[in-house]
Design a protein around this ligand. Structure first.
Ligand code: PLP
Length: 453
């Protein structure tokens, strides 16, 4: 029976057999052998409250009993309005209307299309190019993949991708423009910003619809936080050249970095904010975008109030019920406080761990989104080869030891870097943080022996 189940499934790697998970309990996943895995990355930074929260499961079941499906093209549900209200209140001041999708890729796809339609219907018919960043991931659908910078994922589909432009995101620890942060600040001349302006002018502002960025880069860079003023400068450029600013909070949203949305920490308002993952704490596929009042006004004035887009499962009531229950739980558990406390403690423990394990060449992040950069020799700036071998190997060792993290690598030659992301459930306890650190300590010792072989 077990073999039959496995033989018929087609997912990412046909050559691998993964542990068969039977259930989860709090921050742990448990396989059919009874082995426990501490979920140090909340699945895919999605299961933000861990497993087995009865209130969320019950809210979903209650909703499913009411109706199988309600088509948002013709009907509304009260849960839809409630969740949109809660999210709208959390978002920056002028972002008030919420459009739901089934996940992050669809959310970004929707944002790219809304940006295009908004300009087009206002008579700016040429505006269609999106500027993204090489160090970014916005999803796997063609539009989102075109905007993102994951070279490995983009490569096979090169002929299918849209002709979007890319710049480098700020990474002061190893600046892609070979600049020094103090020098940038002292001279108020930031190459990561001037490069955006250069790109805008080269392509012609009249051709550009949007700039898209993650506030803190997740899977492609391992939780790199930009310098405080970066997004203020980006916002200023976007406004100056009539380009919409899309901030992708699919990974960072709903408390992950210590505030409801990470963008709050940079003091700007985007035109569109996309979300996914944590909104339903992983209990159901859910995502969406929150849209600035001015875009809504534009749609009403120039597009007869119609956004020419839609998915069958936009605002599926069971997913929406999961989202509503999850956001209730975040508040009830005072999750922002726990993120601050346990995030600071985890960071402190990891800094101590770095002294023991020199393969950790950088530690960065905010709240409970922390990246450990891995290098073979940080003093000599030597990377592991081949790329991703180290982070994958480290994760393999962690899994053997009963822990899961999120391996990844920087995405463009000349700007390498490997990392693992540590992003446990936001309700993690201090003793579980201790366990994560013990597990990583043990894993690095085994990894060290592996490298020396
Ligand atoms: N945007 C960011 C920042 C992400 O991290 C992800 C997924 O990892 C996505 C978009 C895509 O979301 P999904 O996999 O739900 O389509």
């Amino acid at each position: 029976m077990d073999e039959i189940k496995r033989d018929y499934v087609f997912h990412r790697d046909l050559t691998k057999k993964y542990p068969m998970i039977t259930h989860g309990e709090g921050s742990y996943l448990i396989d059919e052998q009874g082995k426990k895995y501490l979920d140090g990355c909340s699945g895919a930074v999605a299961a933000n409250l861990g497993h087995g929260i009865a209130q969320i499961a019950e809210a979903m079941a209650e909703q499913a009993k009411k109706a199988a499906f309600v088509h948002t093209l013709r009907f509304e549900t009260d849960v839809l309005h409630k969740l949109a209200g809660v999210i709208g209140k959390m978002a920056p001041l002028h972002l008030n209307k919420v459009y739901f999708t089934s996940g992050g890729s669809e959310a970004n796809e929707s944002a790219l299309k809304l940006a295009r339609q908004y300009h087009r219907d206002a008579g700016k018919t040429q505006k269609h190019i999106v500027i993204g960043r090489w160090q970014s991931y916005h999803g796997n659908t063609i539009g989102a993949l075109s905007a993102g910078g994951d070279v490995k994922r983009r490569y096979p589909y090169t002929p299918n991708l849209l002709h979007f432009a890319h710049v480098y995101s700020p990474y002061c620890h190893r600046c892609p423009y070979n600049r020094n942060q103090e020098d940038c600040v002292a001279n108020q001349n930031w190459s990561c910003v001037t490069d955006i302006e250069r790109t805008i002018l080269e392509l012609g502002p009249e051709n550009i619809s949007a700039f898209i960025a993650e506030p803190i880069v997740g899977s492609q860079q391992g939780a790199v936080v930009p310098p405080l003023d970066y997004f203020k400068k980006v916002r200023e450029l976007c406004s100056r050249y009539d380009i919409l600013l899309i901030i992708d909070e699919v990974m960072t949203g709903f408390g992950r970095t210590g505030t409801d949305f990470a963008v709050e920490q940079f003091g700007i308002e985007p035109d569109i904010l996309t979300f996914g993952k944590g909104v339903s704490a992983g209990y159901a596929p859910l995502g969406g975008m929150i849209v600035h009042d001015s875009l809504i006004q534009g749609l009403l004035e120039n597009s007869s109030g119609k956004f020419l887009h839609g998915y069958t499962y936009s605002g599926h009531p069971v997913s929406i019920a999961a989202g509503l229950a999850a956001l209730d739980m975040y508040e009830e558990m005072n999750i922002l406080q726990n993120v601050e406390t346990q995030g600071a403690y985890l960071m402190e423990c990891l800094v101590a761990l770095q002294r023991k394990h020199p393969y950790i060449s950088d530690i960065r992040g905010r709240g409970l989104l922390i990246g450990l950069e891995l290098m073979k020799d940080a003093n000599q700036q030597i990377f592991f080869e081949p790329r991703e071998a180290a982070s994958e190997k480290l994760n393999e060792i962690c899994m053997e030891l009963g822990g899961v993290f999120y391996p990844g690598s920087g995405s463009i030659d000349g700007h390498k870097g490997e990392h693992i992301i540590i992003s446990p459930p936001l309700n993690i306890t201090k003793s579980e943080v201790d366990e994560i650190v013990r597990l990583l300590d043990h894993a690095f010792s085994i990894f060290y022996q592996h490298i020396r072989k």
